[in-house]
Design a protein around this ligand. Structure first.
Ligand code: SF4
Length: 615
């Protein structure tokens, strides 16, 4: 038994869809001590339980749903949960983090985490009800969008408050970048976890619970919560976050020439005023939405009030939606972005990858690499919202060209050829999220070295580039990226949102103190960062086992060859040779060898000798 006195429930549910059996397991001391929770647990389970030969969409792949020790407790913004697996999109470890209330409810039902194995014989959904697992027939839900799926389950169970994670048709059809939708509009978006559920014929997981979670020192936890709330509520930027959420970043990104525009051909968008936070506030915003225990309420809720898409309702748009589905596809109206946002949620597509895939197809079309008859007669020009919406449906159903685009830009560009590989905007198969890095070397390094493929969330280093200079490739940037790659995932391990730290100034040490108050286990920020370094090396070990090496830590040619055409970053482009040296420096500073493999010494130092021996 581990020495924790609270924070954790102490129980993992292992669920076999094939035999319809559910068993409970006690949290192992190693999971608690060395991997903390959430992303850390998922990485360890992926390493220790999923053989390297397992196909991501095979029945032997596993889906992990993991909370952290602070999820659902009296801590600021503690609604986070990790969905993880071996990714069908990248072939390596993949995870995605989602807020809302699903994670807290899972914990109140009596589970810290679920490990879902096997493949159901027919469409199934899981009902986790106060710690009991039921396998429910989901035949009547198969083919339905995520929104309708939630409605039907809630009606069937006569419970409007039950928390649901589901997939849409995209996940059922094994679209490689399909997401898991949680509570209608929140996405565990990245790395194709929705396709893993689809391959298992798992349509949804519904949870409800009312059990208490023990806390080692409740008074201390409450006082830390009060302290955090004081910091948050007195912050000068709080109101703006409540007004526009992350969408406020769009203008900043545009002003600094890092906004993906028309498949990263440009880095600023001439129609920015039609899709930014002010457009949302004046035209579509209805209210805020908040995750569990969060004073920020950065979530926005929109309804289109007039025009072709009148009546469309969606949670959002947030920054990544507006960047990838908006400017990157040339959409000029917020109503169109809201509709694209809604379609991605309902069809179950990761909005970042979906925007990138559509933009790639649009550029292929404009360059004559895809002909009209190959794209269902659509006039697939940038800015054509109607054509874009049709294409999203075609991708989700895998019909015609959709079957190819459903594989993501890496595979699609390999098949289309004719030079399209140079503007297929991905790293390791994961489409790049919403920041152009031609004038941002640390951000480029973050994408190239991210353990799940090109995702901004692990290391949002672009502000550092803007602060210290947009043409430098120094050691300071490499060290900063490594630091962020440990600090930011710490929040994913603990089960809390990082935004109140990042944007409202709640100190990271406060979350570590909350961990100690909740669990009774002492720690320090340094100790937590060590855990996250361990997890980073572990996910790298999984990637190495799957054949990834240092040469895969790279970016698309466009970022090296096509200078930013206009704006304050005009002419900026990454320098291949300097970037290559930066990557080598990154490997060396991490204690990895010249091939980008963690050394035996590094893994042993991190308490992963068994991983080193197996590697
Ligand atoms: Fe959710 Fe936003 Fe609060 Fe984070 S800051 S917990 S995403 S509402």
């Amino acid at each position: 038994m581990s020495e924790f006195k609270g924070g954790y429930v102490g129980r993992i549910g292992r669920i076999d869809l094939a035999s319809q059996r559910a068993t409970d397991e006690t949290l192992s001391p190693r999971l608690v001590r060395d991997f903390v929770g959430g992303r850390g647990w998922s990485a360890w389970i992926a390493w220790s339980e999923i053989h390297q030969s397992v196909a991501p969409l095979g029945s032997e792949n596993k889906l992990v749903i993991a909370t952290g020790p602070l999820t659902g407790l009296l801590t600021t913004a503690s609604g986070k949960t990790t969905f993880a697996s071996i990714s069908p999109q990248t072939g390596i470890y993949g995870d995605s983090n989602v807020g809302g209330m699903f994670g807290p409810e899972l914990k109140y039902s009596g589970y810290d985490a679920l490990i879902i194995e096997g493949k159901a014989e027919r469409p199934t959904y899981l009902l986790i009800d106060e710690g009991r697992v039921e396998f429910k027939d989901a035949s009547h839900l198969w083919g339905k969008g995520s929104y309708e799926t939630e409605d039907i389950i809630k009606n069937d169970l006569n419970d409007r408050r039950i928390k649901i994670a589901s997939i849409g048709p995209a996940g059922e059809n094994l679209v490689k970048f399909s997401c898991v939708n949680v509570e209608y509009g929140r996405q565990a978006g990245r790395t194709g976890i929705g396709a893993v559920m689809g391959a298992k014929k798992l349509k949804a997981v519904a949870v409800r619970g009312s059990k208490d979670v023990a806390v080692a020192d409740f008074e201390r936890l409450r006082s830390l919560f009060d302290e955090a709330m004081q910091v948050a509520l007195n912050h000068k930027d709080l109101r703006m976050w409540q007004r526009q959420g992350t969408l406020q970043i769009l203008d900043w990104s545009n002003d600094n020439d890092c906004l993906p525009t028309r498949n990263f051909q440009a880095a600023n968008f001439e129609a920015i005023g039609g899709i930014d936070g002010y457009a949302m506030e004046s035209k579509t915003k209805v209210s805020n939405k908040s995750c569990f225990g969060c004073p920020m309420g950065c979530g926005q809720f929109s309804i289109v009030r007039s025009g072709d898409y009148k009546g469309t309702a969606a949670e959002g748009p947030e920054y990544e939606n507006a960047a990838l589905l908006g400017s990157n596809c040339g959409l000029e109206k917020i109503e169109e972005v809201v509709h694209a946002n809604y379609l991605c949620d309902d069809l179950g597509l990761d909005s970042i990858s979906a925007g990138s895939v559509v933009a790639f197809a649009m550029e292929c079309f404009e360059r004559g690499l895809l002909r009209s008859e190959e794209v269902h007669g659509l006039n697939l020009r940038f800015g054509n919202a109607k054509a874009m919406f049709e294409l999203l449906k075609i991708i989700a159903s895998r019909s015609g060209i959709g079957n190819l685009l459903a594989e993501g830009v890496r595979v699609a560009s390999e098949k289309i050829g004719k030079g399209s590989e140079r503007f297929a905007m991905h790293s390791k198969g994961l489409e790049i999220s919403g920041y152009d890095s031609r004038g941002a070397q640390a951000m480029g390094l973050s994408y190239a070295t991210c353990d799940i493929g090109a995702h901004h969330n692990r290391s949002w280093a672009i502000t550092y580039d803007l602060k210290v200079g947009r043409t430098t490739y120094g050691e300071d940037k490499v060290k900063w990226v490594i630091h962020l790659q440990h600090l930011r995932p710490m929040f994913d391990c603990l089960g809390v949102c990082r935004l109140p730290w990042l944007e409202l100034g709640i100190p990271p040490e406060l979350y570590v103190n909350a961990y100690t108050a909740a669990t009774g286990m002492s720690s320090s920020l340094e100790g937590m960062l060590k855990v996250c370094e361990r997890v980073w090396n572990l996910t790298r070990a999984i990637a190495v086992r799957k054949g990834v090496s240092g040469k895969d830590d790279w970016l698309p040619d466009r970022l090296f060859d096509d200078p930013v055409p206009t704006g304050i970053a005009q002419g900026m482009v990454l320098d291949r040779s300097k970037f290559e040296k930066m990557i080598s420096m990154y490997h060396r500073l991490r204690g990895w060898d010249t091939k980008g493999t963690p050394t035996k010494e590094k893994l042993t130092e991190l308490g992963l000798k068994d991983v080193a021996d197996a590697l």
